[in-house]
Design a protein around this ligand. Structure first.
Ligand code: THU
Length: 182
């Protein structure tokens, strides 16, 4: 069963602020994004979110006890399988890898390069504000590495209360001013 839905990602329109200082021009960059209409299949979205939630059960998180799961569908995977990940911590702390990156590393290792949908579930923080359950900066940059415009990469952050699916972001809204190498 599929349940298609059209979702409007709102426009962002923030002008730059330029200050001429005695030591040079200082710019707070603009952020301008047109409104974007995306279609999602809600049945797939919910199944992916639930796969992310379940994957968190496999987290290796003995240090933080903060379990995270992720699940991705890759646009270039003809089977459109749900590729899962969980955070894997390390005694050195710095060697820890987040759930989103274990999922995307697995997808890349399977040969896929274009992420269509990625769900992330911070299962200890489902009712918390977005910042307490959304991808970290390194993960945002990793998602951007495999992002595509068509179909647009969409990220679902699980949570927001019992009657909520979660928060939906495209890459421009997830990682403004992200780095790219030309
Ligand atoms: N973590 C993730 O796996 N994904 C996120 O988006 C945020 C943080 C993990 C890393 C670490 O194992 C634990 O959550 C606490 O930071």
């Amino acid at each position: 069963m599929s349940t298609p839905a059209t979702i409007m990602l709102p426009a962002v329109d923030r002008a730059a602020a330029v200050t001429e200082t005695p030591l040079g021009r200082l710019t707070v960059p603009a952020q301008v994004l047109p409104e974007r209409r995306v279609t999602v299949d809600l049945t797939t979205l919910l199944a992916l979110r639930d796969a992310a939630r379940s994957a968190a059960a496999n987290a290796h998180a003995p240090y933080s006890r903060f379990t995270v799961g992720a699940a991705a569908i890759m646009a270039d995977d003809p089977q459109r399988r749900m590729i899962i990940g969980a955070n894997v911590e390390n005694a050195t702390y710095g060697a820890t890898i987040c759930a989103e990156r274990t999922a995307l590393a697995q997808a890349a290792a399977l040969g896929f390069r274009r992420v269509e949908l990625l769900a992330v579930s911070c299962t200890q923080a489902l009712d918390a504000p977005l910042a307490d359950r959304s991808p970290c900066g390194i993960c945002r940059q990793t998602i951007a590495e495999f992002a595509s415009d068509d179909p647009p990469t969409l990220v679902l952050v699980d949570g927001g209360g019992a009657d909520a699916i979660g928060d939906l972001l495209d890459i421009d809204r997830l990682l403004p001013h992200g780095f790219r190498l030309r």
